[in-house]
Design a protein. Structure first.
Ligand SMILES: *Cc1c(COP(=O)(O)O)cnc(C)c1O
Length: 381
C-alpha cells in the first residue's frame, strides 16, 4: 500500500535518538529546550513550548488564554476533532464557522456574519482557532481585523503547516495571532513520533503554558509565591498536567528540523507534479492562494462518486484518505446539539474530498502509479 502520508527517518535521526538514550536524561534534560529554541528561530517566534502532542499544546494554549466554563471557542469544522475537543477539555462551549469554498479554510466572511449575530445576543467567542488546512495559511490579516473589532484571541492550528509561509513570513511568527500550535505526528511535515509545540510572542503566555505542561509546578526562584525555604523547594501554583515532550522526541525533532527544507522542497515538487499531471482529469485541484505558500501536508482533490473512487484506489493499493468529516457531524458533537446542515460549504466539500498520497519520500514512480490508477478510476482508461 502506498500510504497517504508517512515519516522520513534517516541515519542521523536514529543516531540523535540513540545518543539521548545513552545520556543522563531521557526527560527534563537539555534537548527539549534546544529543540524549542531551534524551532522558535525557524518560525521567527520569540517563545516556543514543546509538549506531548498538538492536542496537549492546544489545551495549554486555550488554558493560557483563560478559556474556561462559560467561554466560547469557535473553529473550522474542516479539521481533526482535537482542535475542538481541547476547548471542551477547558469546560468551554464550541461552535463552528463554515469554510471558504476555494481554500477549504475557515471563511473570514462567514466569521464576520456570525460575529454580528453573536454580538447582538451577547455570545461572542473568547477564542477563534484558525486551522491552516492541508498546510495553507488562513487569511490571518482578515481574521486579525475581526479579532480587534470584537475582542477575541486568535489561535492558529498549524498542525499541517510547519514550514508554510503567509505574506512572505513563516507561519508560527504570530504576527496576527496570540499562539500558533504545531503537530509532529508521523504523518505531518516533520515528526517527533508524538509531539507538539506552541509558539507565541508573549512571555506571559509562554510561561503559563510551560507551567501547566508540568503539573503547574515550578522551581523557578523568580516565580515563587511563598518564601523559598531551601534548594529542595518547589511550588504547585495551578492544576497542571504531565504534557511534557521527552528528550528522545526532542532529539528526533532537532534532527528532523535540519531536514525541513528538504521535506518542504520534496512535498512542493510532488504537489506541482500532481498539479500538472492531473490538470486534464475531471476533478478539482487544490488552490494555492497567492498570499502564501503551502507546506503541502495534504494534497486534497475533489471528485464525483468519491466512495467508488476511494474503494477502487484502495483496492489498487493506493492509501487515499478523506480529510475531514466535518467535526460538527460526528456523533459526539451531534449529541451536544450540532446538526448536519450547520456548515453547508464544509459538508459539500466533504462529500467530494479525497487526499492523495503525499510525503517527502514518495517516489515519482509511486506517484505515477497513483496518477495512473486515479485516471483509471475517473475515466475508465
Ligand atoms: C494532527 C492534528 C491535530 C492533533 O495533533 P496531535 O499531535 O496528533 O495531537 C490537531 N489539529 C489538526 C488540524 C491536526 O491535523
Amino acid at each position: 500500500m502506498i500510504p497517504y502520508g508517512r515519516q522520513s527517518i534517516d541515519q542521523a535521526d536514529i543516531e540523535a535518538v540513540v545518543t539521548v538514550l545513552r545520556s543522563d536524561f531521557l526527560t527534563q534534560g537539555p534537548v527539549v529546550p534546544a529543540f524549542e529554541q531551534a524551532f522558535a528561530a525557524r518560525v521567527q517566534a520569540d517563545f516556543a513550548v514543546a509538549s506531548s502532542s498538538a492536542t496537549s499544546a492546544l489545551h495549554l494554549a486555550y488554558l493560557a488564554l483563560g478559556v474556561g466554563p462559560g467561554d466560547r471557542v469557535w473553529t473550522s469544522p474542516n479539521t481533526f476533532v482535537a482542535t475542538a475537543n481541547a476547548a471542551l477539555y477547558c469546560g468551554a462551549e464550541v461552535d463552528f464557522v463554515d469554510i471558504d469554498a476555494q481554500t477549504y479554510n475557515l471563511s473570514a466572511e462567514a466569521l464576520a456574519e456570525k460575529l454580528v449575530l453573536a454580538e447582538r445576543t451577547g455570545r461572542l467567542p473568547k477564542v477563534v482557532t484558525a486551522v491552516h488546512f492541508a498546510g495553507q495559511s488562513c487569511d490571518m490579516a482578515a481574521l486579525a481585523k475581526l479579532a480587534q473589532r470584537y475582542g477575541f484571541a486568535l489561535v492558529e492550528d498549524a498542525s499541517h503547516a510547519v514550514g508554510a509561509d503567509y505574506l512572505q513570513q513563516p507561519v508560527g511568527r504570530c504576527d496576527f495571532s496570540d499562539i500558533t500550535v504545531f503537530s509532529f505526528h508521523p504523518v505531518k511535515i516533520l515528526t517527533t513520533a508524538e509531539g507538539g509545540l506552541a509558539s507565541t510572542q508573549h512571555a506571559e503566555l509562554a510561561e503559563r503554558m510551560a507551567l501547566l505542561r508540568s503539573h503547574g509546578v515550578t522551581r523557578d526562584a523568580e516565580h515563587l509565591l511563598q518564601r523559598n525555604p531551601g534548594g529542595w523547594y518547589y511550588e504547585q501554583q495551578s492544576l497542571g498536567f504531565n504534557y511534557r515532550m521527552t528528550e528522545l522526541q526532542a532529539a528526533l525533532g532537532l534532527s528532523q528540523l535540519t531536514r525541513l527544507d528538504n521535506f518542504l522542497a520534496a512535498r512542493r515538487r510532488l504537489a506541482s507534479r500532481y498539479d500538472e499531471r492531473l490538470a486534464e482529469l475531471p476533478l478539482t485541484l487544490p488552490w494555492q492562494h497567492p498570499q502564501g505558500r503551502s507546506s503541502y501536508h495534504l494534497y486534497p482533490i475533489q471528485v464525483d462518486h468519491r466512495a467508488r473512487v476511494y474503494d477502487q484506489l484502495r483496492s489498487a493499493g493506493i492509501g487515499v484518505n478523506v480529510h475531514y468529516i466535518p467535526v460538527h457531524t460526528q456523533p459526539f458533537y451531534q449529541q451536544l446539539g450540532f446538526k448536519p446542515g450547520a456548515c453547508p460549504q464544509a459538508e459539500r466539500y466533504y462529500q467530494r474530498a479525497l487526499s492523495l498520497p503525499l510525503y517527502a519520500d514518495l517516489t515519482e514512480a509511486d506517484q505515477d502509479v497513483v496518477i495512473a490508477q486515479l485516471q483509471q478510476a475517473l475515466t475508465g482508461r
